[in-house]
Design a protein around this ligand. Structure first.
Ligand code: NAP
Length: 297
């Protein structure tokens, strides 16, 4: 049964900014978590057009917003409006979580923690001997590169389809401590890379609902993935994606994107509430209920 939520003059504000933002799942999991904790907070979606970002942030400060999440297209554009940016967010060049601390906005990136969480909790491996192959060179790939670096992968290969965007991706890390931790490759090089992969990550949107029949790899390309490798798709609907189905046929271990979504949200909530314990299981369950998915299938 849903507990009654009473919004009063004391209710504290959290939220997510994006454009568009109406499909964001963050309000679902955060409001369930806040209700579960019995805290007088509400988490709202704020659609903010790029040209209004600075005004919106100033308005948030004026009305006492405690913190907010950031989604497309503001993850990089927000940087100039923050007083402090944590080293992890600086290294990636993108912020997904902002909190108000001492009357200033502080930005960090919890996508890295979210990405790593299912790898660390499920598979205790010595990553120092392992090879990661990352498909795609967009925003999410940045957090995945940082995550793989944090885990200490021996080799990290980022594979993209567009030479110019790949080079831009490469150069965007020039001032980052992570710049020499990975190599970039064109899509044609996949036949050489896939047989070496211990971790294969899909950060492209290929295969995302409603285009569920697609995969970033052909069956022939996937046939070269070593059995026992980990295939990790950042997409969380459908569950499983075509990419993960192909990988499982090869005897690979499959991880979908739901846990990353849950764990990056849990990490953000810990920052805003200044507490270590947040109801992660309730957050995961809220998303599964909302998306109409069970544990598997
Ligand atoms: P993005 O910035 O638009 O990047 C998408 C990347 O995919 C780009 O490098 C793009 O290549 C590549 N791509 C797109 N279509 C392709 C194709 N047909 N063939 C080869 N490459 C293709 O998007 P994003 O923010 O990184 O998000 C990517 C995916 O990750 C989305 O499905 C998103 O839902 C998911 N995601 C999940 C989580 C989570 O918590 N689970 C978090 C973040 C993102 P070009 O550069 O050449 O255009």
């Amino acid at each position: 049964m849903t507990k009654e939520r009473l919004i009063t003059g004391k209710t504290k504000l959290l939220g997510v900014i994006g454009h568009p933002v109406e499909h964001s799942l963050s309000p679902v999991m955060h409001n369930v978590a806040l209700a579960e904790l019995g805290l007088d907070y509400v988490y709202l979606p704020f659609p903010i057009e790029p040209q209004n970002l600075e005004t919106a942030i100033a308005g948030f400060a004026a009305v006492g917003v405690v913190g907010f999440s950031i989604t497309i297209p503001h993850k990089q554009a927000i940087l100039p409006f923050l007083s402090e940016i944590t080293p992890v967010a600086q290294a990636i060049g993108a912020v997904n979580t902002v909190s108000r601390q001492n009357h200033q906005w502080v930005g960090t990136n919890t996508d890295v923690e979210g990405f790593i969480a299912p790898l660390q909790t499920t598979y205790h491996q010595d990553w120092g001997q392992k090879v990661a192959v990352i498909l795609g060179n967009g925003g999410a790939a940045r957090a995945v590169v940082a995550g793989c670096t944090q885990l200490g992968f021996a080799e990290i290969h980022v594979v993209g389809r567009n030479v110019q965007k790949l080079q831009e991706f490469r150069h965007s890390w020039d001032n980052s401590p992570l710049s020499d931790k990975f190599q970039v490759h064109q899509w044609q090089e996949l036949p050489n890379l896939i047989p070496q992969a211990d971790l294969l990550v899909n950060t492209t949107p290929i295969g995302m609902y409603p285009k569920v029949e697609y995969s970033p790899l052909s069956a022939e390309e996937m046939a070269h993935l070593p059995s026992g490798a980990i295939a990790y798709d950042l997409i969380y609907i459908p569950k499983p994606t075509q990419f993960l189905q192909q990988a499982e046929k090869q005897g690979a271990i499959a991880i979908d994107g739901l846990e990353m979504l849950v764990q990056q949200g849990a990490a953000a909530l810990k920052i805003w509430l200044h507490q270590e314990k947040v109801p992660v299981d309730a957050m995961r369950q809220a998303l599964q209920n909302h998306l109409g998915i069970g544990e598997r299938g």
